[in-house]
Design a protein. Structure first.
Length: 298
């Protein structure tokens, strides 16, 4: 893809769910032509940054990308596969904000940046607080301007089994990208969070201002509903996309960029997910499988 006429540059630092700790959810996002990135989840940082530099997604060293290009972290929920990279890399990082819904900030404060789990690099919680990171609690539905970037972000709650997870709607000069953290389908989660999200973004799909959706598909269809643990399968993703289409009409959703995240190993499962999604793609979504370190332009 070229960067011409595009609104966003997305650099995946980690793309999978599950057990491979070198490749867990983390996506750098900036307006096209800018080096002012946010990082959506931070499961894997170091290894992903090294790969991104090797792939020429950046032309400065990995440590410079982390310290100078990443202006803030957006953590969808507190599971380790979405935040371990931030914690592990914190001794080498620069001062910046951590943005999340209140529940998630509280867990980071009381479980991770504590003096028994690690060092408290944040500005609240156990003393002494080293004050490298500033917690910024997001209010659901309120658009927040992100310091040191040209971006604004609105958070929406998602239901992920026992946890509240988060979708981040990123606004760059009236172009939008939607990132979803882990989520189960409304029907299984007994929730209306997905429906509310689809309703909120439908006008942006219709007006073609929404450039891409990043959404998880963790398991193939063979995974029983009772062991989804708050995740989607190809079948359930398409159920949710049908729900979105009920608000936009099927014409507007055709060709929408859908970046499929959080596929869980083993590779046989990942292969099945891809085949099942292709077979179920009646809406003609543009399904994209991100690769660690390889930039995507939207
Ligand atoms: N009730 C459960 N029984 C077994 N494993 C679980 C249960 N709930 C969560 N998990 C696992 O814990 C993991 C946490 O991250 P994930 O949600 O990606 O995937 C989850 C499952 O692999």
């Amino acid at each position: 893809q070229t960067s011409k006429g595009t609104a966003f540059k997305l650099v995946p630092l980690g793309v999978l769910g599950g057990i491979d700790e070198s490749n867990l959810s983390a996506y750098m996002l900036a307006p096209a032509g800018s080096n002012n990135y946010i990082c959506l989840d931070a499961g894997t940082l170091h290894y992903g940054l090294e790969k991104a530099v090797a792939n020429k997604s950046f032309n400065v060293p990995a440590s410079t990308v982390m310290r100078q290009y990443i202006k803030g972290y957006f953590i969808s929920h507190s599971h380790l596969d979405h935040i371990a990279g931030l914690i592990i890399n914190s001794p080498e990082d620069s001062t910046k904000n951590i943005y999340a819904l209140n529940d998630c900030i509280e867990t980071i404060k009381t479980h991770y940046f504590t003096w028994k789990s690690w060092a408290n690099f944040a500005d609240q919680g156990e003393t002494p607080a080293l004050k490298k990171y500033h917690y910024k609690v997001l209010e659901p539905g309120a658009e927040t301007a992100i310091e040191n970037t040209e971006l604004k972000v609105k958070a929406f709650p998602l239901s992920h089994s026992n946890l509240t997870s988060t979708a981040f709607l990123v606004n760059s000069n009236d172009n939008y990208l939607l990132y979803l953290g882990d989520t189960g389908p409304d029907e299984i989660e007994k929730s209306s969070n997905m429906q509310n999200l689809w309703q909120a973004i439908a006008p942006l799909v219709k007006s073609k201002k929404l450039k891409a959706i990043l959404i998880e598909v963790s398991f193939p269809n063979e995974q029983p509903d009772k062991t989804l643990f708050g995740h989607l399968t190809p079948k359930w993703l398409m159920t949710e996309m049908d729900e979105l289409a009920s608000f936009t009409g099927t014409d507007a959703i055709k060709g929408l960029n859908v970046v499929v995240t959080h596929l869980k190993p083993p590779v046989t499962s990942i292969g099945k997910i891809k085949v099942q999604l292709k077979d179920a793609n009646k809406l003609q979504l543009n399904l994209i499988y991100p690769q660690q370190g390889k930039a995507l332009n939207f």
